[in-house]
Design a protein around this ligand. Structure first.
Ligand code: GSH
Length: 291
């Protein structure tokens, strides 16, 4: 085993130095706002404050799917929260999510605004509000909720565990990478076995469980996360690949992946979304760039 450390933890941990690594400038051991700044509010019933990380994409995919189904009440303004710059610590953001993490949603369609934070809670809130993508039959609903919460419990091992130590940590620690690679491959296998027998994660219908799982495990399978496709042999998870490819053909998934994106090809980035026509402008930009 390499990278053995002679670090001995002190009796009491104190914040006496930066954590190092990719997120050193935003990591802090205390909650609350660092500065006073109100959030912008647009004209639509739903105001989303987010970034196109996998957790952010879950919600924009859901909103685009709801709009594609004809739910005009799902019209939304998507505002960009640059977490690398600390936007999640503004007083306005903390009022919507005291946990200072994207995504956060304000529903302004009723007499008093309703805040919702945690991506799983937002998906459930929207599914309940619009009566869509959450089965009503007890057994199918239980399966959908089980997989939704599987994702919420599993992804921190993928992002905070594997992704962090494989990509972002200041040093490569073999023990940490082995531990989380093992767990992530196990999770991919759980999903692969499920998708070998069912078209979608919760069964025969497309639900919020697919929307929650796709940006994380579909993204990993398609090689978008952590540059780890080869390392994790993601091509071996054939059923996950089949499912991810099928979801990728959905226009709402394609749109949802673009909203609040600030990395990758410029033509795939829609920093803010305030109108459906924002995507058309983007498509024209893309065509212009290709010719
Ligand atoms: N359990 C939360 C996790 C959200 C989360 O971790 N968001 C990250 C981006 S993917 C974030 O905002 N990080 C900023 C920070 O940690 O300061 C959810 O699913 O909504």
């Amino acid at each position: 085993m390499t990278n053995a450390s002679d670090y001995v933890p002190p009796k009491v941990w104190t914040w006496n130095k930066p954590s190092g690594g990719h997120f050193a400038n935003i990591n802090r051991p205390i909650a609350g706002a660092t500065h006073d700044e109100a959030l912008p509010v647009g004209r639509h019933p739903l105001q989303l404050y987010s970034l196109a990380t996998p957790n952010g994409q879950k919600i924009t995919i859901m909103l685009e799917e709801l709009l594609a189904l004809g739910h005009s009440g799902a019209e939304y303004d998507a505002w960009l929260i640059r977490i690398g710059d600390g936007d999640q610590f503004s007083s306005g953001f903390v009022a919507v999510n005291p946990n200072s993490k994207i995504p956060a949603l304000m529903d302004r369609s009723g007499p008093a605004p309703i805040r919702v934070f945690e991506s799983g809670a937002i998906l459930l809130y929207l599914a309940g509000k619009f009566g869509a993508f959450l089965p009503t039959d007890a057994a199918a609903r239980a399966e959908c909720l089980s997989w939704l919460f599987w994702q919420m419990g599993s992804a921190p091992y993928l992002g905070g565990g594997f992704g962090h130590f494989y990509t972002y940590a200041p040093t490569k620690i073999e023990y940490a990478i082995d531990r989380f690679a093992m767990e992530v491959k196990r999770q991919l296998d759980v999903l692969d076995r499920r998708l070998a027998e069912h078209e979608y994660v919760a069964g025969s219908s497309y639900t919020i469980a697919d929307m929650a799982i796709f940006p994380w495990y579909g993204g990993l399978a398609k090689g978008w996360l952590y540059g780890a496709a080869e390392f994790l042999s993601v091509q071996d998870y054939r059923h996950v690949q089949r499912w991810a490819d099928a979801l990728l053909t959905r226009p709402a998934v394609q749109r949802g992946r673009m909203v609040n994106r600030i990395s990758g090809e410029r033509s795939s980035q829609l920093h803010e979304r305030h109108d459906a026509s924002d995507f058309e402008t983007k498509t024209q930009d893309k065509l212009a760039a290709e010719t």
